[in-house]
Design a protein around this ligand. Structure first.
Ligand SMILES: CCCCC/C=C\C/C=C\C/C=C\CC/C=C/C(=O)SCCNC(=O)CCNC(=O)[C@H](O)C(C)(C)COP(=O)(O)OP(=O)(O)OC[C@H]1O[C@@H](n2cnc3c(N)ncnc32)[C@H](O)[C@@H]1OP(=O)(O)O
Ligand SMILES: Cc1cc2nc3c(=O)[nH]c(=O)nc-3n(C[C@H](O)[C@H](O)[C@H](O)COP(=O)(O)OP(=O)(O)OC[C@H]3O[C@@H](n4cnc5c(N)ncnc54)[C@H](O)[C@@H]3O)c2cc1C
Length: 662
């Protein structure tokens, strides 16, 4: 069987789609997840979870209050604690993340930041003795940690953080202090109620000199009672747009004493007498953010896929209207507009995940290099991941919203669960650096690159930047996807140069650097987006070219064709300077025919992600496709439907109506 999701008793419309698939979905899963071994491990973990009934949701998330969600995830975490070693290789981050996604879902939980930022901060920033003291405890989950950096008044501008950590050689202690209301830590995930430790980022002060943001390991709560320690004010910041299973929190310090060896000292040090040693690279303390940003293409790709699994399956069973055959309504997936709405996002999701693999590996390599004293790769990765997190989060938001609309009215119901996926995913436009700000970080790098070319130093260009030095050439659009890469290179190069020239001209006209930068900022962010989209396209094509299995490669080439045609049309206003409007018309025709080509494989392409029903938490997107029965059962389970007459009717509506009758 080529599509491994086919099961007896499924909706025949979905079975028909699965029969049409021209490739083996297990083989595709191995490509998506980087190796056959990991794809198998994912399935094994999912299977093992299903044999532990206590790990199942006690009721649908959408019917739970915030308090119930938090309690439910804590209950499951305590069940999981009995099974970690039997379910996963606890040293394997990807296995752990898969387990969390399956059992706990995406709405957040007590360990939301423990694995993703707290432990990575200890790994990258704590010295060997500190790791000896805390890392094992953190990995064994004896303690729960989070990453407390953002303050009520400042998130983006780290240099303006107000929380101080002042060192006193006389006592060999730091005093952590929150000098103002705006200095309260505000937003850190799992800080409010769950964590008893935090990596706190504070401005290091020694003898009135401010050394800027540094990380400190801080105990927040008593390990026996879980009460906040004296000098600490901590709590939950309240409900959010989504992600309400997490207790994002606030934190204030009142002259809180911290031993000297609680500053994380792998890269910078404070000696007993207060002598400060600066780190080998000024931004090395920002590594936990780079770590998460390097994961975001992968994680956002998976968010988008979840919405697409729901929308594509639903579109294959939803019948509405007629095409040729007037005896039976068509599957809405047969409409060109539906395909145009969904298929380019499927292509982007694959592309993001392939990029994600690269950036995760680049971060792991950087960690090794930095440990060996080589910080030279930091700027490249910072620039790349800054642009990538901004583009993928924005496009993921767009893709998920299109998926919701593609499900019509039922997409708007929590039964689809798409609104929750959307709410969680678009948090990524903000966290780990607001998107505009991060696009401007990449722009700094692009401007510097142009300056290198202008001053004859093209040899010093970083990876991916050589195209900035190349001349425009004729583009032959019949020569395959590489021609579309050329269109993107031309468009990105032109925009990067244009934005840089504008910035330079404004400075030449007398504007200060910062004012000239601000007056060029929109053009600079456009340059960053084009550059990043070029990177995504190149990575996608490179990955697909490396595949040897013929049937897998064939369908992925179809997907690449959807991608390159869609992307070039999407940047039409920039592309028009390099391709004629007649050529754009021909790209349009190719896009429509590539949608057609992809159509028979659409369900298998999204089935290949092997996202279990448990993980999807969508009534509309279940693998069996029995949408209407499932939807009705779900609605009947609504708490509102547990009585025929609600107390509020008896208390308010009935007396009101009775009064009106008098
Ligand atoms: C995590 C998810 C995994 C699972 C998925 C499942 C569910 C997810 C669902 C929910 C979310 C869960 C978790 C969310 C966790 C979120 C956590 C956070 O948000 S933590 C807080 C993050 N905060 C930020 O990102 C702040 C953004 N600001 C900054 O990073 C810096 O302030 C900024 C903008 C980089 C500026 O820094 P500054 O020190 O002022 O520097 P300059 O602008 O002056 O630049 C000077 C040069 O330094 C270079 N630079 C900056 N950063 C770096 C770096 N990291 N590495 C290397 N170089 C860097 C910069 O490019 C400049 O270079 P040049 O002078 O141009 O050469
Ligand atoms: C779901 C979620 C989870 C989070 N988890 C954590 C966590 O675990 N730990 C933690 O420490 N923090 C966390 N945060 C906080 C998050 O990192 C910050 O909110 C984020 O970095 C954005 O900073 P800000 O809120 O200060 O936005 P602001 O910078 O105030 O942004 C407001 C506007 O100002 C613009 N702007 C700001 N500066 C500039 C500039 N220099 N140039 C141009 N435009 C600018 C922005 O583009 C934006 O449009 C989380 C946030 C969310 C939403």
């Amino acid at each position: 069987m080529l599509n491994k999701s086919i099961m007896d008793g499924d909706n025949p419309d979905l079975t028909e789609e699965r029969m049409k698939g021209a490739f083996d979905t297990d083989k595709m899963a191995a490509v998506i997840y980087g190796s056959e071994k990991f794809a198998i491990r994912r399935r094994e973990i999912t299977e093992s979870i299903s044999r532990i009934p206590q790990l199942a949701d006690s009721k649908p998330f959408s019917f739970m209050t915030r308090e119930e969600k938090i309690s439910e995830s804590c209950r499951k975490l305590s069940v999981l604690s009995e099974h970690w070693n039997q379910l996963i290789d606890t040293n394997n981050e990807e296995e752990a993340l898969h387990l969390y996604r399956e059992v706990l879902g995406l709405e957040g939980h007590a360990f939301s930041l423990h694995e993703t930022m707290f432990i990575p901060s200890l790994v990258a920033q704590a010295n060997d003795e500190q790791q000896e003291k805390w890392l094992g405890r953190a990995k064994r989950r004896e303690i729960i940690g989070c990453y407390a950096q953002t303050e009520m008044g400042h998130g983006t501008n780290l240099r303006a953080l107000e929380t101080t950590a002042t060192y006193y050689p006389s006592t060999q202690e730091f005093i952590l202090h929150t000098p103002t209301e705006t200095a309260l830590k505000w937003w850190p995930g799992a800080l409010g109620k769950s964590s008893n430790y935090a990596v706190v980022v504070a401005d290091l002060v020694i003898r009135d000199t401010h050394y800027g943001a540094h990380p400190f390991m801080v105990q927040l709560r008593d390990e026996k009672t879980h009460n906040p320690l004296p000098g600490i004010t901590v709590g939950d910041i309240g409900p959010k747009m989504a992600f309400n299973g997490a207790d994002n929190g606030f934190l204030g310090f009142n002259q809180y004493k911290l031993p000297r060896d609680h500053m994380l000292m792998r890269h910078s040090r404070v000696e007993e007498n207060g002598t400060y040693t600066k780190p080998p690279h000024a931004k090395i303390g920002y590594s936990s953010m780079v770590k998460v940003r390097s994961r975001m293409a992968m994680d956002q790709g998976l968010f988008m896929v979840s919405a697409l699994v729901i929308a594509v399956r639903y579109s294959a069973v939803r019948r509405q209207g007629f095409l040729d055959d007037k005896s039976r309504e068509v599957k809405v997936l047969d409409y060109q507009t539906q395909q145009h709405r969904l298929f380019p996002s499927i292509a982007r999701a694959y592309a993001f995940i392939f990029c994600g693999f690269e950036t995760i590996q680049l971060y792991d390599q950087l960690l090794i290099d930095v440990k060996n004293g080589d910080t030279s790769g930091m700027s490249d990765l910072h620039a790349l991941t800054s642009g990538l997190k901004s583009v993928v989060t924005h496009q993921t938001g767009e893709g998920i919203e299109q998926a919701r609309m593609a499900c019509g009215g039922h997409g708007y119901s929590m039964a689809s669960y798409i609104s929750e996926i959307y709410g969680v995913a678009i948090g990524g436009c903000t966290y780990e650096g607001e998107n505009m700000v991060m696009l401007l970080q990449l722009a700094r790098y692009l401007v510097k690159s142009v300056e290198l070319v202008k001053t004859g130093k093209s040899k010093e260009l970083g990876p991916m930047m050589n195209y900035l030095a190349e001349p425009d050439t004729q583009i032959d659009l019949t020569s395959g996807p590489e021609a579309y890469v050329k269109v993107f290179q031309h468009a990105a190069r032109r925009q990067v140069w244009k934005a840089t020239d504008k910035f330079h001209q404004l400075m030449e006209s007398g504007q200060s650097r910062d004012i000239a930068w601000n007056n060029s900022a929109v053009e600079l962010t456009r340059a960053s987006r084009l550059h990043t989209r070029l990177y995504i396209m190149e990575t996608f094509i490179r990955r697909v070219s490396s595949i040897s299995d013929v049937s897998i490669k064939k369908v992925l080439i179809d997907l690449v064709n959807v991608h390159v045609n869609y992307e070039v049309l999407d940047i039409g206003t920039y592309a028009l300077e390099h391709v004629s409007s007649t050529q754009l018309d021909s790209i349009r025709s190719q896009l429509y025919s590539s949608l057609d080509t992809l159509r028979p494989n659409a369900v298998s392409l999204i089935d290949s992600f092997q996202i279990s029903d448990m993980q999807l938490r969508s009534v509309l997107g279940r693998r069996d496709g029995h949408v209407y029965t499932n939807l009705f059962e779900w609605a009947k389970a609504s708490p509102l439907n547990q009585t025929h007459v609600l107390p509020s009717v008896n208390q308010y509506l009935k007396p009101m109506m009775d009064k009106a009758k008098l």
